[in-house]
Design a protein around this ligand. Structure first.
Ligand code: BGC
Length: 392
């Protein structure tokens, strides 16, 4: 426990330094939101690699950056990429003094081959830093190797790139912890029900994160519930998740006590399937991303929980890192708070802390942190639910 607290304090210290280094507004400590009232788990950093602020290498010079930065994101069906990651990344680059007409942006729409072509085009067009959120964590090693051959540093953004020594940094959340929080929340919601029937709707089998979410959830649920059906959802597609849930309902005669859905998109698909099948009341369903639709479903009582990940902090840190590398500088060692093995090497990593969100702490997490405004959430359709949950 002491180790965990020490580790959490160490992480907060790093984040405070990051905020300073990024010139960010210190008023919104996105990785450590106010104490969650949810009892499932406090935001705890499981990484025990204490970051040492030993490097004296400057990391924040705002002069001299020339050349292009490429940001390659994986898909558009999940809301975050186009509505949060991209604009937050761009805004931070602008704040650093980078001319965003030199930003090359591509979205692969879940097509790993298309992503490879996009990366090659970016390298041909003069990208000097690659920020890559891979569709396929294994296949993307070829992209990283091509970049390295051209002397272009690679930041694995949100998803790790496996099996290569061509990745300079990995920036993400503690993704196994995401799965654990989902599993713990589901157990809380099931309230000790014996032999509860659970359906697991995991993410894309090509996404390294999906494997970590799944492993984290299994580590909590196995032996405590009956996982009657389990699916890996190609492309993280909400439509495919809906089909999977339909199949599960048919096989189980509509008797489901809980659904471990890996993100809000797939959770939304599972909920749509249950509504269409006339399941009432809906069993607890998990999620991730704190998407607006997910938060609204939580307030309306259709979804039990989601995971809030401070995407703004993630995107801004990526922009800072990319800009520093573009300047030919070595990021300050204090930026890095761990290392993660990608099957070939230990990749210097920056891991942020995920937080479980239920109806009880919407206000204390996503609202307090400025992720969503009350006016975004509490539209006419959700006004009564907001009032009932004390979100105002
Ligand atoms: C991300 C999630 C996202 C999912 C689907 C994962 O790698 O970490 O935030 O919901 O991909 O795009």
């Amino acid at each position: 426990m002491i180790k965990r607290i020490t580790s959490f304090v160490a992480l907060l210290t790093v984040l405070a330094m990051l905020l300073t280094a990024c010139g960010g507004t210190a008023s919104t400590p996105t990785t450590a939101p106010p104490a969650a009232t949810d009892t499932t788990a406090p935001p705890v950093a499981t990484d025990t690699t204490a970051p040492a602020a030993t490097s004296t290498t400057a990391s924040t010079s705002s002069s001299g950056a020339s050349g292009k930065i490429a940001l390659l994101l994986p898909e558009t069906k999940t809301a975050r990429y186009e509505s949060q990651d991209l604009p937050d990344f761009k805004a931070k680059l602008t704040a650093l003094g980078f001319d965003v007409s030199n930003l090359i942006y591509s979205n692969a729409n879940q097509d790993a081959n298309a992503q490879k072509s996009q990366a090659e085009a970016a390298l041909t067009n003069g990208a000097k830093v690659l920020v890559l959120d891979p569709v396929d964590s294994d296949a993307a090693s070829a992209i990283a190797d091509e970049a390295k051959a051209k002397g272009v540093p690679v930041i694995a953004y949100d998803r790790l790139i496996n099996g290569t020594d061509s990745v300079n940094y990995y920036l993400s959340f503690d993704n196994e912890q995401v799965g654990k929080l989902q599993g713990q929340s589901l157990l809380t919601a099931l309230n000790g029900k014996t032999n509860a029937t659970v359906v697991m709707i995991n993410g894309s089998p090509t996404d390294n994160n999906a494997k970590l979410f799944k492993a984290g959830a299994h580590s909590v649920l196995d032996g405590k519930v009956n996982i009657a059906k389990e699916y890996d959802t190609p492309d993280w597609s909400p439509d495919k998740a809906q089909t999977e849930m339909q199949q599960a309902l048919t096989a189980l005669g509509n008797k489901v006590d809980g659904v471990l859905a890996a993100n809000d998109g797939t959770g939304g698909g599972a909920i749509a399937a249950m509504k269409a099948a006339g399941v009432s009341p809906l069993p607890p369903v998990t999620g991730q991303d704190a998407e607006l639709a997910g938060i609204q479903r939580i307030l309306a009582g259709e979804q039990y929980m989601t995971i809030y990940k401070a995407i703004k902090k993630e995107a801004e840190t990526a922009a800072q890192l990319a800009y520093t590398l573009l300047n030919g500088q070595t990021p300050d060692a204090s930026m890095v708070n761990g290392k993660v093995n990608n099957g070939k090497v230990d990749v210097p990593s920056i891991l942020l802390v995920p937080v479980a969100v239920t109806k009880a702490n919407v206000e204390d997490t996503v609202v307090a942190d400025g992720f969503w405004k009350v006016s975004d959430i509490c539209t006419a359709d959700f006004a009564a639910a907001c009032t009932a949950a004390g979100v105002k």
